[in-house]
Design a protein around this ligand. Structure first.
Ligand code: ZN
Ligand code: ZN
Length: 332
C-alpha cells in the first residue's frame, strides 16, 4: 500500500513526510482492517511531524481521523461486517484495569496508545484497529465530512464538557479551526451564547455565519463576562487573556495536546474569584460515542478543505500557515 511515513521530525517546509510503499497490514486477533477513504488532518499531526511531540514509533504513519470500510476481519472479531463503514480515532488502546480505566477515565490510562503516534494511522490506503476502538459513523455525513468528527469533533466535545458552561451561559472560543467550529455548533444548539476570538478573518466570518454572538481579534474584550472559555489555539500567551475575560467562578479549558509557554499569571488578575484553568487530555470511548450520537441528531455543518492523498504534506503546510478555514481532509 501507499503510505506517508515520518522518519525524522522537521519543519513542515522541509517536507519531513515521505511517500512509501509498505506491505498491506494484516489484522491480528480482535482487529479489523479498514480501507481508508478519508483522513482528517489534525493540528496534532503537525505537532508530531514538526517535533513538538516526541516520536514514539519511528517511521509512523500519521492520521487519526480515519473513515473507511472494513475490508478484512481478524480472528475472533465479530462487531462489524465486511464492507461496513467505520471510523478510527486517536485513542486506540487502554489497559482496562488501572485506577483511571476503572474510574471511567481511560483517557488518562498510562498504557494508552494513540493512532498515528504509537501505531500507524490513516495517511495510508489501509489502517488497522481493535474492533472495540472503532466507531459507527452517523449516516448523515459523507466520508469527507465525517472525518473531522473523529478528533476535532470528539475533542471539541470533551473540551466543552470540561468547560462546564451553565445553561444559557456565555462561552468564549479562542482559536477557530476544525475543532472549535464543531464545538461552537454544539454549544449554540444548547442555547449557549458563543464569542469567538481568532486572528483569522475567514474564521471570524465562519463563526458569525454559524451564529456566534461576536467574533473579533483574540485580545478584544467580549461584550460580556464569560462563564467559560476554551483555548483551541496552541498559544500559551492567550491563557492570561482568556482568564481575564472570565467572570467569577469561570472555567478555562485548554483543548490542545501542545501549548507554547504560558506567561506568568497574576493571582488577582487571572485566578482570584475561583476562576479555574483546566487541561483536556484525549478522550474516552464514551465521549466519542456520546458525541457521535449528538452529531447524528444535530446537523453539524462541517467546513472542509480537501486535499488529494498525494498532497498530504501540502495539507499540513496549509494548516501550519493558517490557510485552512474549518478542517483539512485527505481524500483517497
Ligand atoms: Zn488503564
Ligand atoms: Zn487530533
Amino acid at each position: 500500500m501507499k503510505a506517508w511515513a515520518l522518519e525524522k521530525p522537521g519543519q513542515i517546509s522541509s517536507r519531513p513526510l515521505h511517500l512509501l510503499e509498505k506491505p498491506n497490514p494484516r489484522p491480528g486477533a480482535g482487529e479489523i482492517r479498514v480501507r481508508v477513504s478519508a483522513c482528517g488532518v489534525c493540528r496534532t499531526d503537525l505537532h508530531l511531524v514538526e517535533g513538538d511531540l516526541p516520536v514514539r514509533s519511528r517511521g509512523v504513519v500519521p492520521g487519526h481521523e480515519i473513515v473507511g470500510t472494513v475490508d478484512e476481519i481478524g480472528a475472533g472479531a465479530n462487531r462489524f461486517a465486511g464492507g461496513e463503514r467505520v471510523g478510527i480515532a486517536w485513542l486506540r488502546h487502554t489497559c482496562g484495569t488501572c485506577k483511571w480505566c476503572a474510574k471511567g477515565l481511560e483517557n488518562l490510562c498510562p498504557s494508552a496508545r494513540f493512532t498515528g503516534w504509537d501505531e500507524d494511522g490513516g495517511y495510508a490506503e489501509y489502517a488497522l484497529v481493535r474492533e472495540d476502538f472503532a466507531y459507527t459513523i452517523p449516516r448523515s455525513y459523507d466520508d469527507i465530512h465525517a472525518a473531522p468528527l473523529l478528533c476535532a469533533g470528539i475533542i471539541g466535545y470533551r473540551a466543552l464538557q470540561k468547560a462546564q458552561v451553565p445553561p444559557g451561559g456565555t462561552l468564549g472560543l479562542f482559536g477557530f479551526g476544525g475543532s472549535a467550529h464543531i464545538a461552537a455548533q454544539i454549544a449554540l444548539a444548547q442555547n449557549i451564547e458563543v464569542h469567538v476570538r481568532t486572528r483569522s478573518s475567514a474564521a471570524r466570518a465562519l463563526a458569525l455565519e454559524l451564529g456566534a454572538a461576536s467574533a473579533d481579534l483574540p485580545e478584544a474584550p467580549p461584550p460580556v463576562h464569560l462563564d467559560s472559555a476554551i483555548l483551541f489555539a496552541p498559544v500559551g500567551d492567550l491563557v492570561p487573556v482568556a482568564l481575564e475575560f472570565l467572570g467569577p467562578g469561570g472555567i478555562l479549558a485548554v483543548a490542545g495536546i501542545h501549548l507554547s509557554a504560558i506567561p506568568s499569571l497574576d493571582y488577582q488578575r487571572h485566578l482570584f474569584n475561583e476562576r479555574e484553568l483546566r487541561s483536556v487530555t484525549a478522550n474516552t470511548r464514551s465521549d466519542a460515542q456520546d458525541f457521535l450520537d449528538i452529531a447524528a441528531h444535530i446537523p453539524l455543518k462541517i467546513s472542509t478543505v480537501r486535499f488529494p492523498f498525494d498532497e498530504a504534506p501540502d495539507a499540513l503546510a496549509a494548516l501550519s500557515s493558517g490557510m485552512i478555514t474549518g478542517a483539512a481532509v485527505i481524500e483517497l
